[in-house]
Design a protein around this ligand. Sequence first.
Ligand code: NAP
Length: 338
Amino acid sequence: MTTRIDTVRLGGQDGPEIGVQGFGAMGISEFYGDTDEAAARDTLDAALEAGVTLIDTADAYGRGANEEFLAPFVAAHRDEITLATKFAIERTDDPTYRGIRNDRAYVRQAVEGSLRRLGVETIDLYYMHRRDPSVPLAESVGAMAELVQEGKVKHLGLSEVTGAELREAYAVHPIAALQSEWSLFSRDVERSAVGAAAELGVTFVPYSPLGRGFLTGSFADASKDLSDSDFRRAQPRFSGENAERNAALLAPVHKIAAAHGATAAQVALAWVQQRAQVHGLTVVPIPGTRKRSRLLENAAATRITLTDAELADLEPIAAQVAGDRYPDMSFTAVAREA
Ligand SMILES: NC(=O)c1ccc[n+]([C@@H]2O[C@H](COP(=O)([O-])OP(=O)(O)OC[C@H]3O[C@@H](n4cnc5c(N)ncnc54)[C@H](OP(=O)(O)O)[C@@H]3O)[C@@H](O)[C@H]2O)c1
């Protein structure tokens, strides 16, 4: 029988109890190459067996396809999971188009699409995926708060916002979760977002906690390890000389993994869990995988404790990473912090 992971309460007192690690569903529908659907469904079953109950999707993933893929699983397990989805990245029939919409009319339109595709009456956690700074947070979060009052949404979340933006939003309506990239390779959230979340009692949901797979050591050479359609081929950290330099940074991760009889992925996940403790913060990382064995491997990382010496060995890595998180950083929180 699979050992179940520990639980934590989302966003403080009145949130649901969820596993301390969640599941990122994005890669099932887009970005990381072809998916075997049967294996992906089996991975979702493994998530439940392991107590991984926060299921993360977005309307943008696969332009609605990811929410539709999840619908049968959600219908079968509605009361066992906490369902999170997001709005704000506008997509159209043109697969290359991306807009950012935070206005009230868009919020109201987007939620209806997500409810329909997911086949639910209520979304447990509804995030604003990206911030359009030209729209006041009072308008966006105010519109999200209306959805709570109407029973369409239970809890609110934000993604890729600064600490100041989180505080401003929280003043409009309590925010249960902040989802931003946080890993051994990506630590800009430690500038302001993490501190604000800790102070407000907001649960932090680190996305891409495995550095989109790079930290597992499996994708060191993008030209060989990634399919032609894989979007990581265009990511600065996965390309050319950067990839080579970044792979070399993983040496301490592999060494620590060997000492624990663990994998590099598990060390990366244990690190984010322990780094959060330093900041007095509750975290629920959401690694994404389409394989049962990896889901169970990742969940088991919640039982690993790194020593102070090991944490010290991992500390310098992020500052040495070559390449940004995205080719265009203009829509990230850090761009608004500069
Ligand atoms: N809010 C946002 O803006 C935002 C942005 C990006 C992602 N997200 C969310 O965060 C979730 C996780 O992020 P992510 O999927 O980008 O990156 P990630 O979790 O850091 O890495 C996923 C990659 O790692 C591989 N992987 C997973 N476990 C592994 C293991 N134990 N050993 C070796 N390889 C492993 C996966 O491959 P396989 O699938 O083949 O196992 C996949 O290629 C997403 O699913 C999405 O829900 C949110």
